[in-house]
Design a protein around this ligand. Structure first.
Ligand code: GLC
Length: 755
């Protein structure tokens, strides 16, 4: 890498660093620490005033930030006084360098700033919305997407992304289900680790790396009634078995920061939850990174009703272990006085300051504060490159889920004649990006209409929007029906707009919005074959659509290359293999509905006469089964599974088990298959889910090709929390299920021997 010249002269930097190291050497010697990192951190800490210490814990919004209620941006005068440690939403090599120069050259201690930004599913090259990325069931692809996002964001002066969002979500009303990996803690854990590796790279601080953030700690996705920011209330076992695992996976992958969540959990707001932040995250898991509040999360303790005023909120936050105050400006304003009045122990404050200084050290900012902004050519040469676009197209292709394909309507032949492209999402660039689209620009996005015109030529593609996403205006139906009548096949592009999911975007109905189902019916009445492509940031209740059309593809929000990826799948240039990371219910009344459910004492069953037994756990008006289950997704080819084989019929409690399965492509097209392994602990001292995901592999098979796949079940895969919340593996039989969805039927059993 070309040696970047500091734009503001290296002299002062060397002087500050040299003085810092000498002083820090003395301080560190006193504190007994040895590393250069410790010496520098201790040296600085020894020189900081209280105001400067709280300055490091202060994160105001940048002037253009808009990710929460508008708040006062902190100007450069605050930076000069050492009252700002990091910024939310300041980007651009030029601007970040300008701010950094003030911090390093014009403040008393010259401590560099950290610049944070929400780089969730891409920076300028926007990949599928995270739930769509999860639908790839391809950790390598998800990691690669995060890697590209890090290269682009860091070229634009960003040091720190507030991602990955690793909240498990089992209520599709909750808008932020779009930002995570869906309902399953195992899938969520694998993808959390993949995204952390992608963002942070081989070595944090190197060119092209971002400090990652596991968020939102914890159980934010369990918002009651699916209403964002609502309370979460659950058993300790559910917390440990469902909501904590992806965070533990992120910590084990080396994530550099964690963000506290807005919600209360069992009566304790997370920003004041010392038991979970200090107790579990730090002391039990050994996390030594930074905990950052969510946007005004410290201030919100006054709204939760656990802090009488802002000062009290500041005390609760710091005592819980929340190091950085994002946007509330409470630590800066009240911290020094709280210490001087004896309401806050300065040693506690020092711990938080150490963690912030360490994060800056590990990002290499003390060695070279301008390493991410000095070379402005990177922003020009690294954004939206052809390779990045191709990667976005590849991930988008992998994210598409073929939900239904009766009669093999898909793939279409390119000799199909004319197609009618209809629906509010057929040509909406902005909606291809979804929400939390970073520095993405709608003009970079390829829409389905564009993708289809490129594939078939303009003359064969008729277009009529038909209706809006929302609203009851049916005035566009006639043009849509007319286009359908002139075409040989109708392609419907329907669903939600990108801003109908994400933060503060919960829905009390998850039906197709507006009059889109009416549009479907109107077009269907023409008698032409109809294919529907659905865009959404969540599972929708698609039963009426399922009943109306023979083929449905779930496209989520596929990113800037969505239009190309969709055309690739519709015409079979790519054989879809996406799988559902969250269950699609038949109707909202079934929610919460998820695959890893428990059996109850009265599981629904058929009587010998074939009728459902009345006195069982069921509804009068709908089957218990979902419309599309977790892990569901079809292909243009077919796969055959051999019966799974366990290596040992009996294992000891501390032993691992190997499960082998042979999968064969029995069709005429090559394609991917997502082989899934589920496990059931048949009898245990507490009830266990009827099945839990414990392994998956996306494999590519040519026609006729077979592959033997082996899965390892480690002791912890068999473990659960018993009635005393002790993590145990109990003796008894276990059943494994293997197949292409959570409804896999092929099974094998093995026994864990009593010790
Ligand atoms: C928002 C979100 C959080 C985001 C932060 C900064 O309110 O809850 O996910 O990282 O504020 O934009």
């Amino acid at each position: 890498m070309k040696d970047t010249k500091h734009p503001f002269g290296k002299g002062r930097l060397r002087l500050v660093a040299a003085v810092g190291l000498v002083v820090s050497g003395i301080a560190a010697a006193q504190s007994g620490s040895t590393s250069e990192e410790d010496r520098l951190v201790e040296g600085l800490l020894a020189k900081m005033t209280l105001e400067e210490k709280f300055g490091q814990l202060n994160q105001p919004p940048g002037p253009d930030n808009n990710t929460g209620p508008q708040a006062e941006a902190a100007g450069l005068d605050q930076v000069r006084k050492g009252r700002v440690g990091s910024y939310l939403g300041v980007t651009g090599a030029g601007r970040t360098c300008q701010y950094q120069h003030v911090a390093v050259e014009e403040s008393r201690l010259g401590i560099p700033l950290l610049f944070g930004y929400d780089v969730i599913h891409g920076y300028r090259t926007i990949f599928p919305q995270s739930l769509g990325e999860a639908a790839t069931f391809d950790p390598a692809a998800v990691e690669h997407a995060a890697r590209i996002a890090a290269v682009e964001a860091s070229a634009d002066g960003v040091h720190w992304t507030y991602a990955p969002m690793v909240d498990v979500a089992r209520d599709p009303r909750w808008g932020r289900i779009s930002e995570g990996s869906g309902e399953d803690p195992y899938l969520g854990s694998v993808l959390a680790a993949a995204r952390v590796r992608g963002f942070q790279g081989e070595k944090l601080g190197e060119d092209g790396t971002l400090l990652a953030t596991a968020k939102h700690f914890v159980a934010y996705g369990a918002a009651e009634a699916g209403r964002d920011y609502n309370i979460a209330d659950m058993s300790e076992r559910t917390l440990r078995e469902v909501y904590l695992p992806p965070f533990k996976a992120a910590v084990d992958a080396g994530v550099g920061s964690v963000m506290a969540s807005f919600n209360e959990l069992n009566g304790v707001p997370m920003h004041a939850n010392a038991a979970l932040i200090d107790g579990v995250l730090r002391k039990q898991w050994g996390f030594d990174g930074v905990v950052v509040s969510d946007y005004t999360g410290i201030w919100e303790l006054t709204k939760h009703g656990v802090a009488a005023d802002e000062s009290a909120a500041g005390v609760l936050g710091l005592k819980a272990g929340v190091d950085i105050d994002m946007v509330s400006d409470i630590y800066r304003r009240f911290g020094p006085k709280l210490v001087r009045d004896g309401r806050l122990d300065e040693k506690l404050v020092d711990e938080s300051v150490r963690r912030v200084l360490r994060a800056k050290y590990r990002m290499g900012l003390f060695a070279d504060p301008y390493r991410f902004c000095a070379d402005t050519t990177r922003a020009k040469t690294r954004m939206l490159t052809p390779e990045h676009r191709q990667a976005a197209r590849d991930v988008a292709r992998e994210s598409l889920v073929l939900l239904k394909n009766d009669g093999g309507v898909l793939p279409l032949s390119k000799d199909v004649g004319k197609v009618a492209v209809i629906g509010p999402l057929a040509d909406s660039r902005a909606d291809m990006l979804g929400n939390w689209a970073g520095a993405g620009r709608p003009q970079d996005a390829v829409t389905p209409l564009q993708g289809l015109r490129e594939a078939l030529g303009e003359a064969r593609v008729l277009h009529a929007k038909g209706a809006g996403v929302n609203g009851d205006d049916e005035s566009g139906f006639d043009a849509a029906v007319a286009a359908a009548k002139q075409a040989d096949v109708v392609l419907l592009f329907i669903g939600e707009s990108g801003d109908m999911s994400g933060e503060a975007s919960s829905r009390s109905s998850i039906d197709l919005p507006g009059v889109q189902q009416e549009l479907v019916e109107a077009v269907k009445a023409t008698g032409k074959p109809v294919v529907a492509v659905v865009f959404s940031g969540r599972p929708l209740t698609l039963q009426p659509l399922h009943d109306a059309v023979p083929a449905i593809v779930e496209a989520w929000f596929p990113g800037i290359e969505g239009g190309h990826a969709i055309a690739d799948v519709l015409f079979g240039d790519y054989n879809p293999a996406g799988r559902l990371p969250a269950t699609f219910p038949r109707n909202l009344g079934q929610v919460p509905i998820y695959h890893a459910h428990r059996n109850t004492g009265r599981p629904t069953r058929l009587n010998p006469d074939g009728k459902i037994e009345k006195y069982t756990s069921r509804y009068l008006d709908v089957d218990n089964s979902p419309l599309y289950p977790f892990g569901h997704g079809l292909s243009y080819t077919t796969f055959r599974y051999g019966a799974p084989k366990v290596k040992k019929a009996k294992i000891a409690a501390g032993e691992s088990q190997q499960v082998e399965v042979t999968v064969t492509n029995t069709g005429k097209r090559e394609g991917d298959e997502v082989v899934q392994l589920y496990l059931r602990d048949d009898v245990a001292s507490v009830t266990r889910p009827v099945r839990e995901l414990r392994g998956f592999r996306r494999v590519h098979l040519k026609p006729g090709e077979s592959r033997v796949l082996s899965f390892e079940l480690k002791p912890d895969d068999l473990a659960f929390y018993d009635a005393k919340l002790q993590r145990v593996v109990e003796p008894g039989t276990f059943t494994v299920f293997v197949g292409g969805s959570s409804e896999a039927k092929l099974q094998a059993t093995f026994e864990v021997k009593a010790q």
